[in-house]
Write a protein that binds this ligand. Structure first.
Ligand code: M6R
Length: 590
């Protein structure tokens, strides 16, 4: 879960790569670096710990010349956050530079062999082994393609890497095995990156590499091979993401911008190709048993989906955490349908669950935001979130898009025509809810000093309570727990003392009265109640009013104030909400 990028063309590479790194920073921000190959066939590297902006400030960067280069933004796995562990890495004779995303499982073994042959390693990373291996193999073969096929034959693990060799100027190579890698086809220039966002300002024509594929790029040509060195013909795809949608516009952070975009993105989620919806619905109708899997926020969307499918379509559903999938594999049989939910489509836990299911002959459909991602290609049918790139590490608009898609499927299966058409009112209702911004900022300003927060709700509001807690932890680092409101009295009530904030999700639906009683029980023990509801009550110390809506729409509306609370608590605590510590957007390791 790092971001890699490469450029080969007729322009100076550094500023193009730096711009790409800024767009890839969501993938990791422990360190960043750029390497270029100059016209004298010398490789130069500039790197630094910290975020891309820190790298951008380095004076040496302006002297970095070359029309071919690599760039990397790191989320540390092997080796601490240090300058030496930052990418790009070099081989010992500075003949090869590489950037890598993923894990080389057999790096210790390879490193021992290379050590024995006299290679000097300077970092603690698994990645550096690739640079030395390419150098060693190329020295014998003197030909890039055979060297590359030999290298990938020796590497084990999940990886994507790009390399430039001083001896093969203006050729860039890349390889993909279980980590994303996309080629960008320009005019007299070509790109390689973990995500098309990195180069979308230069071209929208891309080729998504599949597992066990290699690529050789020059400024004019792109040739793709399998790991055995056979040429593969692959069509280019035109991607639609607008450059404008990756700017922060007038917002201070991407997270806030993405929260505000939800008035449109909830409707975008409904604008699906009718044939794709038919295929999805058909798969659900034919399935012997339906399972849904995901991680983090996507898992919370899956929990809500279970309730929607049960209530509106009378379809029983099991929700399985992708990271725990191994425990349940035996439950699956060939008649089952697995729905995998993922914003990125690259989460290793999700992909591993999908792989296991497919191996057992289970049909896999997915709900994904990143088109062209591995999950889309591993699924028999997919519905895309259509919410545009989500840069903030916290899932916001992708979550509400997932909720909208699940709503649409459940209502369609249950033939609930009135509720289906009512879904189109969600954009207007979300817009109204966004008006809570100033009030929530003010609440966060007052309550950000709390050590603990609790979030409670029943039924459809329970997954939202879990999500509210995850969001607050992730962005503000305040300890938070979400739970079913009725469970408080079974233990957690012991934690409530004077002034402990408890967010109660309680619009007027079938759960209203019971949840209000639970809120009163908390208040009687000194808890500070923040009621998210459609109806004021003297039980609430703070009242956040959301618009009246159909019960199935409330979770979407509740998501908005919960996201804002987490965002503003982070800002009040002077944390950068776009880049929470220790996290990265795509979790491509298990
Ligand atoms: O890309 P995915 O939806 O598969 O990601 C799953 C989780 O890693 C993700 O939702 C994570 O929990 C977010 N940072 C939550 O805001």
């Amino acid at each position: 879960m790092c971001g890699i990028m490469g450029y080969v063309g007729d322009r100076e590479a550094t500023s193009i790569l730096l711009d790409g790194l800024r767009r890839l920073e969501y993938r990791g921000y422990d360190s960043a670096g750029i390497s270029t190959l100059d016209s004298n066939r010398k490789i130069h590297v500039v790197k630094d710990v910290g975020k891309v902006e820190q790298l951008a400030q380095k004076a040496e960067l302006s002297g970095l010349r070359g029309i071919a280069g690599l760039a990397h933004t790191r989320w540390a796995t092997h080796g601490g956050v240090t300058m030496l562990n930052a990418h790009p890495h070099l081989s010992c004779n500075r003949e090869v530079t590489i950037v890598h995303n993923g894990i080389i499982e057999n790096y210790l073994e390879l490193r021992r062999d290379l050590d024995a042959k006299g290679h000097l390693f300077v970092s603690d990373t698994d990645s550096e082994v690739i640079a030395h291996l390419v150098e060693a193999v190329y020295r014998n073969k003197k030909d890039v393609l055979p060297a590359l096929t030999d290298v990938v034959r020796q590497l084990k693990g999940a990886y994507a890497f790009a390399a430039i060799l001083a001896d093969a100027p203006n050729v860039m190579v890349g390889a993909r095995q279980d980590a994303p890698l996309v080629v960008g086809l320009g005019n007299g220039e070509n790109f390689l990156a973990s995500d098309a966002l990195a180069f979308i300002g230069h071209t929208d024509r891309v080729i998504f590499l599949d597992n066990r594929e290699l690529v050789l790029l020059t400024e004019k040509n792109v040739t793709i091979y399998d790991f055995e060195g056979n040429v593969k013909q692959k069509p280019a795809t035109q991607i639609a993401w607008e450059l404008g949608s990756v700017s922060r516009r007038e917002f201070e952070h991407y997270t806030l911008k993405e929260i505000h975009e939800q008035k449109e993105t909830v409707l975008q989620a409904l604008r699906q190709d009718p044939r794709s919806v038919d295929v999805f619905v058909d798969a659900l109708e034919r399935a012997g048993k339906v399972y849904i899997t995901g991680c983090g926020t996507s898992f919370h969307a899956a929990l809500l989906a279970k309730l929607l499918f049960t209530t509106y379509a009378k379809i029983p559903v099991e929700v399985l955490l992708s990271s725990e999938f191994d425990q349940y594999e035996e439950l699956l049989d060939k008649k089952a349908l697995l729905i995998a939910v993922s914003q990125s489509g690259e989460t290793a836990d999700v992909l591993s669950a999908v792989k296991a299911a497919r191996k057992m002959g289970v049909k896999v459909c997915s709900i994904v935001n990143a088109m062209g991602s591995t999950l889309v290609r591993e699924s028999e049918c997919t519905l895309l979130n259509n919410c545009g790139p989500e840069i903030g590490v916290a899932a916001t608009k992708s979550f509400t898009s997932q909720l909208m898609i699940f709503n649409m499927l459940a209502l369609r299966l249950g033939q609930r025509e009135a509720e289906l058409s009512d879904l189109w009112s969600t954009g207007r209702l979300v817009e109204k809810t966004l008006g809570l911004d100033a009030q929530i900022q003010e609440i966060a300003d007052r309550l950000h000093v709390a050590n603990d927060f609790y979030f409670v709700g029943r039924s459809l509001h329970h997954p939202l309570a879990l999500e509210g807690a995850l969001k607050l932890k992730e962005l503000s680092y305040i300890h938070a727990e979400g739970m079913a409101a009725g469970e408080l009295k079974h233990g957690s009530l012991a934690l409530i003392s004077e002034g402990v904030p408890v967010v109660v999700l309680n619009p007027e639906d079938g759960t209203y009265g019971d949840t209000l009683s639970n809120a009163s029980e908390v208040k009687a023990r000194g808890g500070r109640i923040i009621g998210v509801s459609t109806k004021p009550s003297k039980v609430y110390d703070e009242y956040i009013e959301i618009p009246v809506a159909a019960p199935n729409i409330y979770p979407v509306l509740e998501a908005v104030p919960l996201q804002m609370l987490a965002y503003y608590a982070a800002v009040s605590r002077q944390q950068n909400p776009d880049y929470p510590r220790n996290l990265a957007k795509s979790v491509t390791v298990k």
